[in-house]
Structures are given as structure tokens and as C-alpha cells.
Design a protein around this ligand. Structure first.
Ligand SMILES: Nc1nc2c(c(=O)[nH]1)N[C@H]1C(S)=C(S)[C@@H](COP(=O)(O)O)O[C@H]1N2
Ligand SMILES: [Mo]
Length: 249
């Protein structure tokens, strides 16, 4: 049977492609590549899914008798001393950056917002852990209240304590910022937050290591990128000591 001109051109055009496809299909290396890519996708998806999972919560009997303090135990500025002398009555938390309605909230206003209480374990990279009961406002409520922009990709926490010439700061992405256990805590074990643990307000971001849990928080900033913040690596320890920005646990 004679091939029509059209079929001939069609088969000629298709032939190299088919051959290439066949080679790819039967090459063991290519199959391994496909399997590896599938594995990567699966691991990436699991990671994304797991990031929404809750950190373990404990019972009252598990609470550590003393919740130790680390890093700054008392900010050194006169301004902080004045605030603590007044019981933080005039402390204000600013919520700004990529938000529709910047906020400036007093501690009384923050304590009046819906609160979440959770008993969780804090893990410090220096090799110690402690379990405490934290009470505070879900960060999500503050961000929604301020009308956080869809362009915001990170939330930066600006703190009141100095490390030499720089202030402590930290940042998290929106997955952690909107996580139900991410709160700005104002109480520890049923009492106002002690100074050594970050009074009057500190971050609890329970899927992350200790250094991400910013203490003495006075400003929350929504940003699209971290390059212009501090040394550009997203946190005090990240900038100064090469700590990982993502410290997920
Ligand atoms: N502002 C500020 N936040 C901070 C620190 C700090 O020095 N300053 N230290 C971090 C580290 S390394 C840890 S382990 C925890 C310690 O919290 P704690 O003092 O309540 O134990 O706070 C984190 N947040
Ligand atoms: Mo830490």
C-alpha cells in the first residue's frame, strides 16, 4: 500500500519524537529521575501540610517548676525601666507595614482581645527545654484586624532589647504567622509575663525553635521581603551567628 503524502510527512515528523520518547521511557536513569521528582513533590507537599499541624500540648502536671530565661533577661534602656515601673500600663504594640489599618494597641486593649491558652514545650538550641502555660492573643487576630495585605510574605517582630548597637528582631512567614498556636503571650503559668521571659508581650511560635520566640515585642511589621530588615537574614541570630532562618520543629 502506498502511503499518502500526508501520512508520510506525518510519520516522518513524528518518528524522531517517538524515538526520543521511547528512549526516555526505557532509560532506567530517566525512570529513576521521575521517581525522584515524585518523591520530592511528595516530601514538599508533606512539609507544607505538616506545617499546619499543631505542636504537642501538655497537661498541667507537665509544667516545669521554673521556666528558665535565656538571652536578654531585662532590657537595659531607661525607657524599658520606666515602662516596667509603671506596670507596662503605657506600653503600646504597633502593627504596621503592609496593612490597610495600622494599629497601636495598649496592653489593656490586647488583654481584652480573645485569648488562647496552651501548655507547650520550648526548645532552645543551647540544649534545654521547658514546658509552660502561655496565654495570649492569636497573631492572626491582630493581622486580620489590621487588614494585612496579600502582598505580605513575612511578619517581623521588633523587640525592645539591645545587643550592642542593634535591637533583637525576628521574623516568620505567613504559614507560621496564621498558625492557630502562634500567639502574642502576656501571661505565663497564669501570672503576668515575668520580665525575664519577655514582659509585657512575647511571641510564641510553637513549631519553631526558641530563638524565633521574640520577647519584649513593641512592633509587628508586615513585609514583602526581608532584605531591608537588619542584616537581611531575618533575625538577630541569623544575621550575627549564621543561625537558620527556618527553625521548624
Ligand atoms: N527580645 C529577645 N527575644 C528573645 C531572646 C532575646 O535575647 N531577646 N532570646 C531568644 C532565645 S535564644 C530563647 S531560647 C528564648 C528564651 O525565652 P525565655 O527567656 O522565656 O526562656 O527567647 C528568645 N527570644
Ligand atoms: Mo535559645
Amino acid at each position: 500500500m502506498r502511503l499518502s503524502r500526508r501520512r508520510l510527512i506525518g510519520s516522518l515528523a513524528a518518528a524522531p519524537l517517538l524515538t526520543a520518547c521511547d528512549r526516555l521511557t526505557y532509560s532506567e536513569g530517566f525512570r529513576e529521575g521521575l521517581r525522584a521528582a515524585e518523591g520530592l513533590t511528595m516530601r514538599a507537599q508533606r512539609l507544607v501540610m505538616d506545617r499546619g499541624a499543631l505542636a504537642r500540648e501538655f497537661g498541667a502536671a507537665d509544667i516545669s517548676p521554673v521556666f528558665r530565661s535565656n538571652g536578654t533577661r531585662r532590657p537595659g534602656s531607661q525607657s524599658y525601666a520606666d515602662h516596667s515601673a509603671r506596670g507596662f500600663a503605657d506600653w503600646r504594640l504597633a502593627v504596621d507595614g503592609l496593612v490597610a489599618r495600622p494599629l497601636s494597641l495598649s496592653m489593656a486593649q490586647i488583654r481584652g482581645l480573645p485569648a488562647r491558652t496552651q501548655i507547650t514545650r520550648h526548645d532552645c538550641v543551647e540544649g534545654w527545654s521547658a514546658i509552660g502555660r502561655w496565654t495570649g492573643v492569636p497573631l492572626r487576630l491582630l493581622l486580620e484586624g489590621a487588614g494585612v495585605s496579600t502582598r505580605a510574605r513575612y511578619i517581623v517582630f521588633h523587640c525592645a532589647d539591645d545587643y550592642g548597637p542593634v535591637r533583637y528582631y525576628e521574623s516568620i512567614d505567613m504559614v507560621d504567622a496564621l498558625h492557630p498556636q502562634t500567639i502574642l503571650a502576656w501571661a505565663l503559668n497564669g501570672a503576668p509575663l515575668p520580665i525575664e521571659n519577655g514582659a509585657p508581650l512575647r511571641l510564641r511560635v510553637e513549631r519553631q525553635l526558641g530563638y524565633k520566640h521574640a520577647k519584649y515585642v513593641e512592633r509587628i511589621e508586615a513585609v514583602a521581603g526581608l532584605a531591608a530588615i537588619g542584616g537581611g537574614r531575618g533575625g538577630y541570630w541569623e544575621d550575627s551567628n549564621d543561625y537558620e532562618w527556618y527553625a521548624g520543629i
